[in-house]
Design a protein around this ligand. Structure first.
Ligand code: GCO
Ligand code: MG
Length: 402
């Protein structure tokens, strides 16, 4: 089965997405997500200028060899741009293989390990009262796991807090906006938020929180310790994770479960975090880390060390990634949870899919492949619009982590 064409489609049905479509001489095609939020055209160029010329004419069934060709075969390997481009190819090839087999992707991976996939949504508000309302809204929608973020008193804008709670979109301007950060104000505030949430909603609901890389290990240790009475499902991205051994310090002080990895692009970014049991959930996802082929290795390593999956699933991961991830989640033995931020109706129309949300769980469909397509005609009506993620400064002007 020869690859005859591979096309990159850029569209913006409410937000930007980069999609790869691979066609074969047997009439089967596959679709992959190549979206890297705020850096879209770097991946477009990597695909068009460097990978696609080497892809044409290859046997679409040889997923492993193609993966190795673009990974090992590249002198400059790893990194978010390269691994996202490779993920798009990999996703499209798994889609083709599953279509050729006449099976939904989870069957090819090894079959169903569970009936449904537990997901969490984002509740956020400008203050604690608004966040309480947002959590109540998610409870009404049936969610059993909810990430809670709140504005911090004294800070004009805070990560994770947006105008629209259902469609949170951080890439909010055609040049980066700037937000302000104060670690001390934040650390004083967050335990109050979770005390109130437990008070209002009891112990049953799973509560999660994302620090978005803003603390040092000892600050994260303090937060984890102070949040222990509120039994979080996880504390996410407590510190910038370039320093994997930094997690040892957090671990020594707290039993709050730790999640990390949405910005990782390979197994080498999380090898020590996993093998030293410094984390509980690995968030690295299909689109940013080399596709199904590479995520399988990360999940297998994680399984050895009691680490579960908790894939990133914000709006910048297209329905193609969400569909593929749900097949993976349905199969993977050490599944933990899946993040699920809803896409807008416009996005859902451009990417027809067969997964469904019911009462706090997502269900992947039975269509052969990963179950997500792209309506190219409709996509063409939504041209790219430059959009950046914000940057972040301390109150004295120092540039900080966003
Ligand atoms: C999350 C994330 C997102 C990211 C966004 C960046 O946990 O969902 O932190 O909100 O900031 O995906 O592109
Ligand atoms: Mg996050």
């Amino acid at each position: 089965m020869k690859i005859t064409a591979a096309r990159v489609i850029v569209c913006s049905p409410g937000r930007n997405f980069v999609t790869l479509k691979i066609e074969t001489d047997q009439g089967l095609y596959g679709v992959g997500d190549a979206t890297l939020n705020g850096r879209e055209f770097s991946v477009v160029s990597y695909l068009n200028d460097h990978l696609i010329p080497c892809l044409i004419g290859r046997d679409a069934r040889q997923i492993e060899d193609i993966w190795q060709y673009f990974y090992r075969g590249a002198y400059w390997r790893r990194g978010p741009v390269g691994m996202t481009a490779l993920a798009a190819i990999d996703m499209a090839l798994w889609d083709i293989k599953a279509k050729a087999a006449g099976m939904p992707l989870y069957q090819l991976l090894g079959g169903r390990s569970r009936d449904k996939v537990l997901v969490y949504g984002h509740a956020n508000g400008k203050d604690i009262a608004e966040t309480v309302d947002a959590v109540a809204h998610y409870r009404d929608l049936g969610y059993q796991a909810i990430r809670a973020q709140s504005g911090v008193p004294g800070l004009a804008s805070t990560y994770g807090v947006s105008k629209d709670t259902l469609f949170y979109e951080p890439a909010d301007a055609d040049l980066p906006t700037e937000s302000l950060w104060s670690t001390s104000k934040y650390l004083n505030h967050v335990p109050k938020l979770f005390a109130e949430l437990r008070q209002q909603f009891g112990d049953e609901v799973h509560l999660l929180h994302d620090v978005h890389h803003r603390l040092t290990p000892i600050e994260a240790a303090r937060l984890g310790k102070e949040l222990e009475p509120f039994k979080l499902f996880w504390l996410e991205d407590a510190v910038p994770a370039e320093l994997q051994e930094g997690f040892r310090l957090i671990r020594q002080h707290t039993t709050t479960p730790l999640a990390v990895g949405e910005v990782f692009s390979s197994i080498h970014d999380c090898q020590h975090l996993i093998s030293e049991q410094l984390i509980d959930y690995i968030r690295t996802t299909i689109v940013h880390a080399g596709g199904v082929t590479h995520l399988r290795r990360i999940a297998a390593l994680a399984e050895l060390y009691h680490v579960k999956t908790g894939f990133h699933g914000a709006t910048d991961l297209s329905p193609v990634t969400m569909g593929t991830a749900l097949h993976f989640d349905t199969w993977v033995p050490n599944f933990g949870i899946q993040e699920y931020m809803r896409h807008t109706a416009q996005t859902d129309e451009v990417f027809p899919h067969d997964y469904q949300f019911k009462q706090g769980f997502l269900y992947c469909g039975e269509t052969p492949g990963h179950g997500v397509d792209i309506n190219e005609k409709l996509a063409a009506q939504y041209p790219y619009q430059r959009a950046y993620l914000p940057v972040n400064r301390l109150e004295d002007g120092t540039l900080f982590n966003w």
